[in-house]
Design a protein around this ligand. Structure first.
Ligand code: HEM
Length: 133
């Protein structure tokens, strides 16, 4: 997988900047809010702060402003997910909502593929229980 920091034009800019990530993550969390497998994992009643954290992380990852690190420090995402049970089932639900959210963006095919491949890779790396494959 190529490193977004080496892109001549950032992926963040190529897909439309902040607005695109606002739409992506909003749509994703609409799915989470209605998902009986995923919704109970989120400790807060209000999903707004979780939505903001994911949005800021993705913006930073893809070459946009580094606000995530300013607010949250180094991502260490696998560690931050340890308190939550993430099995194959949770991963696949997470990816299904992300797929729907990416589809809604209607990006050019090459950009869409790159975004999706990253999400698949990242979601697989977040799995922290092996008992329900
Ligand atoms: C936080 C679930 C995959 C990025 C969280 C939280 C939960 C969760 C329950 C805590 C909510 C909160 O922020 O208060 C899951 C599940 C996944 C998954 C079930 C299934 C595989 C991913 C992936 C990414 C990601 C693939 C990145 C591409 C984040 C970020 C936070 C977060 C940035 C906030 C971390 C922080 O600053 O505290 N996730 N997640 N998650 N997740 Fe995930």
């Amino acid at each position: 997988m190529s490193d977004p920091r080496e892109d001549p034009v950032t992926f963040y800019d190529a897909v439309g900047g902040e607005e695109t990530f606002v739409r992506l993550v909003r749509r994703f969390y609409e799915g989470v809010a209605a998902d009986p497998v995923l919704r109970p994992l989120y400790p807060e009643e209000d999903l707004g702060p979780a939505e903001e954290r994911l949005r800021l992380f993705l913006i930073q990852y893809w070459g946009g402003p580094r606000t995530y690190n300013e607010l949250r420090g180094h991502p260490r995402l696998r560690m931050r997910h340890m308190p939550f049970r993430v099995g194959a089932r949770e991963r696949d639900h997470w990816l299904a909502h992300m797929r729907a959210a990416i589809d809604d963006l209607a990006l050019p095919a090459a950009l869409e593929r790159r975004l999706w491949e990253y999400m698949v890779y990242a979601a697989h790396s977040m799995v922290n229980v092996a008992d329900d494959t």
